[in-house]
Design a protein around this ligand. Sequence first.
Ligand code: SF4
Ligand code: SF4
Length: 161
Amino acid sequence: MTKMYPFEPAEAPPEYRGIPRIDPVLCIGCGACANACPPNAILRIDDPESGMRRIVLDVGRCIRCARCEEVCPTGAARLTAEFEAATDDRRDHVEVVELKLARCRNCGRYTHYTERQVAKVLSLIPRGILDFDRVREKLPLCSECKLKLTVLNATKFGEGE
Ligand code: SF4
Ligand code: SF4
């Protein structure tokens, strides 16, 4: 049956790959979608001054390949059935999810992980196999403190401790 679109709303078929969206509640800011996105429609940008990470989705660059949905570990990135992307303001295509970076347990500087990433990792540690409290005490460390700790442990090992 002929539809009077655009005067009547039209629905996309279930298999349609429409505009992607990122759920700000589910997103942990891991950046896997940004790494996988062929046209760089998603960017991961860290601001070490304010301690924020921004996941920036530019729908105007998206080719609807669905790689973001495939790699997202939390189900936050999803292609929707939306297809109407026309706008007279380019900024309408850009969505930003902001997440807090975690501070290093040792020196207090911002790390390269978000607080939600750390919480996710901790939630995946099997209880009873690893010393959970000890792992939690050490997470997260910034790259510099991690390197220092590795060198310290290697030195101790070399001294036979
Ligand atoms: S659907 Fe493909 S092009 Fe679009 S944001 Fe996701 S990974 Fe990037
Ligand atoms: S892959 Fe998923 S959880 Fe990770 S930054 Fe992208 S949307 Fe967020």
